[in-house]
Design a binder for this molecule. Structure first.
Ligand SMILES: [Zn+2]
Ligand SMILES: [Zn+2]
Length: 417
C-alpha cells in the first residue's frame, strides 16, 4: 500500500508502508498504486485470479488497474516513487533532492537568529535586556535543548530508554521547539551520521575534504552549518522506519511549521503579558526567541564540528569523535561525544566521574517518575574495556544497567550503530 504524506518541510513523499517496520498499521486511505502493484507479484496475481478467469498459456496475467487518487486542488499530482525490487532496502538518499525554496528557508532560519546574535551586544549595552527576557529565554533553551539531547538524540535516534506514550509525544514536541528540523528528518540524518561516522556517506564530517589545515577549516564550516544546504536528503524509510510507522511521530513532524511558530511567538506573548507592554513582547522575541534559538543551534552544531575535531579521546572509537568538557553544560551532556560514539545506546554520555550530563539526569528523573523505563545506563565492564586515555578513571553514578531487552524484541536496525 502506498500513501501520500506531506512532510513538515512542505514536501510530499510517498510512504510505502509495506516496507515500514513491523507493527506498522496498514493504510486503508487510498487504493494501491501502480508501483506497489507492479512490484508485488503475489498480491497482483491473487487479485487477478479472483476477478477474472485464469489466463491462457503464453499470455501475460492481467494487471489490476488501480483507481487513481484525485490530486489535491492547487498541488501537482503526486509522482509515483520508484519502488526498489522486493527484498532490497530503499536507497539511503531520497531520489528527490531538497528544493531551492527549502534551502532558502534553512538559510533564513540559520541566518536571521545569527544576525540577531551580532546585534545583541550593542543592544544589551543599553536597556534592551530585562530579567524577564533572561528567565523566558532560559526556560525555552532548557526545554528545547533537553528535547534534543534526551528526546531526539538519546531516545528517538538511539533507543537509550523506553518511554510511555505521553513522554514520547512530549519529547518530540520539546525537541521540535529547537527548530533543528522535524523529528523524522533529524533522526534519519543522525543515524546516517553514526553509520558512516567520519567516512564517505557521513552527512556532516569535518574531515570530509582532507586532513590539512585548509581542508579541515573548510570541513569544520561544512560540519557546523554547510551540510544543511546540501540538497541530498536522507531517506526516512531507510533510516527511521520505526518512526515513520508511528502516527504520532508523523503528525508531530507534519506540524513542525506550527511548532516553529510557537517556539518563536510564545516567548514574545509571555514577555508582553508579563510586562504588560509591547516593548516587553519585542525584547522577549529578540532575546528569548531569536538569540535563544541561535545559541542552541550553534551548540548543537558544535557537536558535529568541534566534537569531531578537538578534545579528549577517552574511549576507543573508529572515528574522530572527542569529549569536549567546556560544552557539557550548554549542550546538556551531548559534548561527551567520544563516549557516545564508543557506546551509542548508552543513556549517559558523561559516564566518567565528574562529567556533568544534564540530559542523563533528566532521564534519571523520568525513570524515577515511572515515565521512562528500561534505561540503558553505562555498563562498567563494557566501558572499562574501551577506555584509553582515561584508563583507570572511575565511572560516575547511574552506572546501574538493567538486563538487555529480551531476544526477539524488535529494535531499529540503526540504533546500535
Ligand atoms: Zn548519536
Ligand atoms: Zn558524532
Amino acid at each position: 500500500m502506498t500513501a501520500t504524506s506531506p512532510t513538515p518541510r512542505g514536501r510530499s513523499v510517498l510512504l510505502d508502508t509495506r516496507q515500514a517496520a513491523p507493527g506498522a498499521a496498514p493504510s486503508t486511505a487510498s487504493p494501491p498504486s501502480a508501483s506497489s502493484m507492479s512490484t508485488s507479484p503475489p498480491q497482483a496475481t491473487a487479485l487477478a485470479q479472483s476477478a477474472t478467469p485464469p489466463p491462457s498459456p503464453g499470455t501475460a496475467p492481467p494487471q489490476a488497474t488501480p483507481k487513481p487518487t484525485p490530486p489535491r486542488r492547487g498541488t501537482p499530482p503526486p509522482q509515483p516513487k520508484p519502488t526498489p525490487p522486493r527484498g532490497t532496502a530503499p536507497p539511503e538518499i531520497e531520489p528527490e533532492g531538497a528544493s531551492t525554496t527549502e534551502r532558502v528557508l534553512v538559510g533564513l532560519f540559520v541566518g536571521v537568529p545569527f544576525l540577531a546574535v551580532l546585534a545583541a551586544v550593542p543592544l544589551a549595552w543599553g536597556s534592551g535586556l530585562g530579567w524577564h527576557d533572561v528567565v523566558i529565554g532560559l526556560v525555552f533553551y532548557v526545554v528545547s535543548g533537553l528535547g534534543i539531547a534526551a528526546g531526539f538524540h538519546r531516545y528517538f535516534t538511539h533507543g537509550s530508554f523506553k518511554a510511555k506514550r505521553s513522554l514520547r509525544i512530549a519529547l518530540a514536541i520539546a525537541g521540535s521547539l529547537a527548530i533543528e528540523g522535524p523529528v523524522l528528518t533529524w533522526v534519519a540524518d543522525h543515524r546516517r551520521h553514526h553509520k558512516y561516522s567520519d567516512r564517505e556517506g557521513d552527512p556532516h564530517s569535518p574531515w570530509r575534504f582532507g586532513n590539512d589545515w585548509k581542508a579541515l577549516t573548510k570541513g569544520l564550516l561544512y560540519a557546523h552549518m554547510g551540510w544543511m544546504f546540501n540538497p541530498n536528503r536522507t531517506s526516512q524509510q531507510r533510516f527511521c522506519p520505526d518512526l515513520v510507522a508511528d502516527p504520532d511521530m508523523r503528525r508531530i513532524s507534519r506540524f513542525f511549521p506550527a511548532l516553529v511558530a510557537v517556539s518563536l511567538l510564545l516567548p514574545a506573548a509571555i514577555g508582553g503579558w508579563w510586562s504588560m507592554s509591547w516593548k516587553g513582547a519585542l525584547t522577549a522575541f529578540f532575546w528569548a526567541s531569536l538569540i535563544r534559538v541561535a545559541a542552541l543551534h550553534h551548540v548543537t552544531w558544535s557537536i558535529n564540528s568541534v566534537c569531531h575535531t578537538f578534545g579528549e579521546e577517552s574511549f576507543e572509537v573508529r572515528d574522530k569523535s572527542r569529549n569536549v568538557a567546556w560544552l557539557a553544560i550548554a549542550s546538556f551532556g551531548e559534548s561527551w561525544h567520544n563516549l557516545h560514539h564508543a557506546d551509542p545506546t548508552c543513556a549517559r554520555h558523561g559516564a566518567l566521574k565528574g562529567q556533568i550530563d544534564p540530559g542523563a539526569r533528566l532521564i534519571w528523573a523520568l525513570e524515577k517518575l515511572g515515565l521512562a523505563y528500561d534505561v540503558r545506563w553505562p555498563d562498567p565492564a563494557r566501558l572499562t574495556a574501551k577506555q584509553t586515555g582515561s584508563a583507570g578513571r572511575r565511572l560516575g553514578s547511574m552506572t546501574r544497567r538493567r538486563p538487555e531487552a529480551a531476544p526477539g524484541v524488535a529494535r531499529s536496525p540503526m540504533i546500535d550503530r
